[in-house]
Write a new protein. Structure first.
Length: 224
């Protein structure tokens, strides 16, 4: 005999579906997506980021979801310590090259100099940056750029590896510019140390849960 869902079942169904369609990324644990450890690849140094200079590292997204974390193998120069903060942004690319306009960045973060360790080539630690407050949703194969900018005296050092001296990052490249809007790809091939973390897209989990809920209601109808 067939029976209708009662009001309690309807309320429960609405609550389950609402929960599944809510921002599940707030509940999930970030997963390391892209990573290049310049020190592990044999690097013992890096490129200086001086006043009015910008360096960038492009990367290709492997896991779809929300980009929530960034790690940088960046240091303050021990020979010429920076007097100002380091500016970091995440921006789109065009044909794999960082876009020129700083205003198009998806996220802008300021890192105080005191939060950046002093240069030492044997230190492999990353300076971690929380991006969870920004709405940077990515899909696999997206190519984004990490850009570091500095405008005061002294300098920062972004640890890197050069092609031919060790392993480099296969899914992106290092770029630089100064006193010009045009980005130039670093030669020889150079990649900077970085990591990205993503909270995966919850679509699959949500669809599975909705299916299980539907089966539960079907069983209730059959018993009735």
């Amino acid at each position: 005999m067939r029976s209708r869902l009662n009001s309690r079942q309807i309320i429960f169904a609405v609550a389950v579906i609402a929960a599944l369609l809510s921002p599940l990324h707030l509940w999930a644990t970030p997963i390391l997506d892209q990573s290049f450890d310049a020190v592990a690849s044999g690097s013992t140094g890096g490129l200086n980021i001086q006043s009015d200079q910008q360096m960038a590292q492009t990367f290709t997204v492997g896991i779809g979801g929300k980009l929530v974390g960034l790690g940088l193998q960046v240091r303050t120069s021990n020979a010429s310590p920076p007097t100002g903060d380091l500016l970091v942004d995440i921006r789109p690319t065009t044909s794999g090259v960082p876009v020129e306009d700083d205003a198009l960045a998806y996220a802008n973060v300021t890192i105080p100099a005191v939060d950046v360790p002093i240069f030492s080539p044997i230190m492999d630690e990353f300076v971690n940056i929380d991006l969870s407050t920004f709405s940077i949703f990515v899909t696999p194969s997206d190519v984004l750029a990490i850009v570091l900018r500095y405008y005061d005296s002294g300098s920062y050092v972004w640890l890197d590896q050069v092609e031919g001296l060790g392993n480099t990052y296969a899914n992106g490249a290092g770029y630089g510019r100064r006193f010009s809007p045009t980005w130039g790809r670093l030669q020889p091939e150079t990649d900077f140390g970085f990591q990205t973390s993503v909270v995966p897209e919850p679509t699959t989990l949500a669809l599975l849960s909705i299916s299980l809920t539907g089966l539960g209601f079907k069983r209730s109808k059959m018993k009735a």
